[in-house]
Design a protein around this ligand. Structure first.
Ligand code: ADP
Ligand code: ADP
Ligand code: ZN
Ligand code: ZN
Length: 831
């Protein structure tokens, strides 16, 4: 027995990645293994940072150096040995948006099948010869519309966009699209030299002059005399006076296009993009393909139409063709049936995973990380791989409980095909389904990193220091609480976005509201887009949330939200969107700098006797400022060593030994610690250290309260998980004004959080509401929904079958709402 088990075990010895404490454990193969533990305990460090990273490293050793460069390599894990490790496929969520431009069709490979279908089994018009599959792709020269090169839209740079006010003269900057400052003057002076009148209103210039100035491709070089009047300039040219310099003209439109396509500066690009409008391509009408390709039909539709349908609609169509039909061309019928049956079986998995509302043409940056991961998962079911480990990161994220069973079914399918499924997960239903649980803890960061339990689920019951055990086995019914009363309400009317059609909805103010509904029902469209954009607009506040801004023509196509605020806006003074995006993208930003805590600490150092004597100000104690930082690593504390074909490694800077500061700065101490030693402290340690300094202590204490006492003050933003970043943002908010007139918006804040962390989050949200603020949360977590004051349920289905407000009222009332898919799951939490 033992022997057999050993043969089927992955044996990890001495894992020390991140906070893992030199741990050793055996994990079974060919099973569903769930990694549990509070956020920051080390689950991902074990599953992704160690097991997956090691599997990937071994695989990459076997491929050519060239191929290696194509992989997004993880660093080599800190571990003594791992035996019995099969190859691994990671289905990790990329938080904070994906950068690659792809679509649902390409991620799932359904687009390829569809092209093959049109090529081999499409209905061709008479005389049209067969088109190869590539001819149905807008990304190939064979398929792309020649007018828009497969973009579906064209840029127009017109007189109207470039000259918004034709009443102005050229001297008064009538051509608004020209560069500012000297470059713009230069263009004007060149026109003066060429004899154009720059002092009459633009609209009074002859049409052919206006045409030439804006659109010419010519770039004449002429003598320039800045500062001279037009008359003086004319004389100077006549007298062949030596010019100040020779200037080259560029037409206003060519300037816009050239800057947009080749400027290095994002700012310049952004500036000129204001003068470009994107319009649907006049040739293909946005369908991106050439007309021959669009002439081929299937089920009476061209491939662009089919790609725009939802997966649910597609399944209905393909069902018809997935059975063999009799027809005049038996060979074609067979091909049709084969391809359609294949497409159908793939789509059905996606429907099971609750993704039926997506269309093939939907681009991946507009998908949530959870949706994308489930798409990848669905695709894997058909890959026919076996003997591999699938490593997944919270596959239940974004999934309504009504869809969780289907998810488990898919995981079982992959397992039964002979694979090992490793899942980092917090959702109780998924944990209960596990064959094996690896519980990491007991706490987070330095207080975690140990294996509390590794074995079948039942055995976890007896592990007393496991937070997971209590949530899994104890009764979790929360106390019934009296809901808060709304002080007023924010009314939105006529909201339209995606599947929301003319929706009227009231958000109660001064309370905690949950917006619920199945995946794709329209929650994010309503909250993160309609609500956020209308309120931001009403307050004149800028927000970068909502739709992900993507480069390229599509970005200009995003229309503003339709709808208006019909009441209650005056009660709100500030809008705060708290998301899980990183708090900074460089190691130069960290917990201490983000929360503003570090400003206080640096002041304390500047006030010490030695600093005063040496005239060091607070700036001296910043590792971002030249005077105080280490000149070798420029305050980073480490230097990168590039290894050819291998991931670059970071090593502590040899000059400052990782302290980030120069020696003179480190000589200054405050209560016997230098500034680098302060950054090394955890929040908990710093609380003790600064306990007599109310300003610093208060900021630290709030970070500790949100459960991040284990983080080091100097821990780089890039080393924080999404959940950690979110809580730092909340903590930063909590220490700001407590005036109760802010609106806080959170989209699935429990993603990545252990039930015990969800409780902590609830405490914070309740504090905000207690202070009279309004909190609106998109959520699937029943624990959170059950404790909210008000629920708005959207549905009943996803996509076109959703988008309606089914219920709006106190939590208890939702249970009686027959149409709601949330109601049945909620009753267990309300007793
Ligand atoms: P979990 O998956 O359980 O939430 P993680 O494995 O992500 O936890 O993190 C465990 C600990 O390691 C946390 O304290 C976290 O801040 C830290 N950590 C995570 N990523 C890095 C990194 N790239 N470098 C250093 N520390 C990290
Ligand atoms: P939820 O938040 O409830 O999961 P969403 O608001 O994200 O739902 O989606 C509602 C509907 O709007 C779905 O049919 C979805 O496919 C569609 N949708 C969401 N974002 C986009 C987008 N960027 N482009 C096109 N359709 C979208
Ligand atoms: Zn076109
Ligand atoms: Zn250094």
């Amino acid at each position: 027995m033992a022997g057999k088990e050993n043969g089927n075990m992955i044996r990890v010895r001495g894992a020390r990645e991140h906070n893992l404490k030199d741990i050793s454990l055996d994990i079974p193969r060919d099973q569903l293994v769930v990694f549990t533990g509070v956020s920051g305990s080390g689950k991902s460090s074990l599953a992704f940072g160690t097991l997956y990273a090691e599997a990937q490293r071994r695989y990459l050793e076997s491929v050519s150096p060239y191929a290696r460069r194509l992989f997004n390599q993880m660093s080599v894990p800190e571990v003594d040995s791992i035996d019995g490790l099969p190859p691994a496929v990671a289905l990790q969520q990329q938080r904070g948006g994906t950068s690659t431009r792809s679509s649902v069709g390409s991620v799932t490979t359904l687009s390829n099948l569809l092209r093959m279908l049109y090529s081999r089994a499409g209905d061709y018009p008479k005389g049209q010869s067969i088109i190869y599959a590539e001819g149905f792709s807008a990304n190939t020269p064979e398929g792309a519309c020649p007018e828009c090169h497969g973009l579906g839209s064209v840029f127009e740079v017109t007189e109207k966009t470039m000259v918004p006010d034709p009443g102005l003269t050229i001297r008064e900057r009538a051509v608004a699209s020209w560069p500012l400052a000297w470059q713009g003057q230069n263009q004007r002076d060149i026109l003066v030299s060429m004899g154009y009148n720059v002092d009459i209103p633009w609209k009074d210039l002859p049409a052919k002059d206006r045409e030439w100035i804006l659109f010419t491709e010519e770039t004449p070089t002429v003598p320039v005399y800045p500062g001279l009047t037009p008359q003086e300039t004319a004389n100077a040219i006549k007298n062949k006076r030596t010019p100040d310099y020779m200037g080259t003209f560029i037409g206003a439109k060519p300037y816009v296009l050239k800057t947009f396509s080749s400027s290095q500066s994002e700012l310049m690009k952004k500036r000129v993009s204001q003068y470009m409008i994107s319009a649907s391509c006049p040739l293909c009408h946005g369908k991106k393909l050439r007309k021959e390709s669009l002439s081929v039909g299937f089920d009476g539709k061209d491939i662009a139409v089919l790609s725009g349908l939802s997966l649910s609609e597609l399944s209905v169509i393909f069902k018809k063709y997935a059975v063999l039909q009799k027809g005049p061309q038996p060979e074609k019928q067979i091909v049709t049936q084969r391809i359609c049956a294949d497409i159908l079986s793939r789509i059905e998995v996606m429907l099971e995973l609750g993704l039926g509302y997506l269309s093939l043409e939907r681009t991946t940056p507009t998908l949530s990380p959870g949706e994308l991961q489930r798409l990848r998962l669905a695709t894997q079911v058909h890959s026919n791989l076996f003997g591999v480990i699938y490593v997944l990161d919270e596959p239940s994220a974004g999934l309504h409980p009504s869809d969780t069973m289907a998810l488990l079914g898919i995981l079982d399918k992959l397992k039964n095909a002979g694979n090992s499924i490793f899942v980092v997960e917090h959702e109780i239903e998924v944990i209960k389904h596990a064959d094996w649980i690896v519980d990491v803890g007991p706490g987070a960061g330095g207080n975690g990193g140990q294996i509390l339990y590794s074995g079948p689920p039942d055995g976890l019951k007896s592990i007393t220091n496991s937070t997971t055990a209590s949530f899994l086995f104890d009764d979790q019914t929360p106390d019934i609480r009296t809901p808060r009363k709304a002080t007023s309400q924010l009314s939105i009317s006529g909201a339209c976005r995606h599947n929301l059609k003319n929706v009227d909805v009231d958000f109660p103010l001064g309370v905690l509201t949950c917006v619920t509904g199945i995946s794709g029902s329209g929650k994010s469209s309503l909250v993160s887009q309609v609500l956020v954009e209308l309120v931001a607009d009403g307050l004149g506040q800028k927000t970068d949330s909502g739709e992900e801004r993507v480069e390229g023509p599509e970005s200009t196509a995003i229309a503003p939200v339709e709808g208006k605020i019909s009441g209650g806006l005056t009660e709100i003074t500030r809008l705060v969107v708290v998301d899980q995006r990183p708090i900074g993208r460089t190691p130069r930003s960290n917990l201490a700098t983000y929360t503003g805590l570090f400003d206080q600490v640096r002041k304390r150092f500047a006030e010490t006797a030695l600093a005063r004597k040496r005239r060091y100000d607070a700036g001296r104690f910043s590792f971002n400022v030249a005077k105080g930082r280490c000149p070798h690593c420029l305050g980073e504390g480490f230097v990168m060593v590039e290894l050819l074909f291998l991931p670059s490694v970071y090593t502590p800077c040899p000059t400052c030994n990782g302290s980030r500061y120069n020696p003179a700065t480190l000589e200054v101490t405050y209560k016997d610690k230098n500034i680098a030693q302060i950054l090394e402290m955890t929040v908990d340690q710093a609380c003790d250290f600064f306990d007599e300094d109310p300003a610093v202590y208060r900021a630290l204490d709030i970070v500790r309260e949100v459960g991040l006492g284990y983080l080091r003050l100097g821990q780089a933003a890039t080393e924080l998980s999404g959940g950690e970043a979110q809580r730092i943002k909340l903590a930063t908010e909590l220490q700001k004004s407590q005036k109760g007139s802010s609106l806080y918006v959170l989209d699935e804040p429990t993603t990545g959080l252990h039930p015990s962390d969800v409780e902590r989050l609830l405490v914070q949200l309740n504090k905000l509401a207690d202070a009279g603020n309004t909190v609106v949360v998109v959520e699937h977590d029943m624990q959170v929904i059950a404790q909210s004051d008000w629920v708005i349920d959207i549905g009943p289905g996803a996509g076109e079958n959703g988008g309606k407000i089914l219920y709006s009222g106190p939590v208890e009332g939702l249970i009686k709402c027959k149409e709601s898919k949330t109601a049945p799951f909620l009753s267990a939490y309300l007793r």
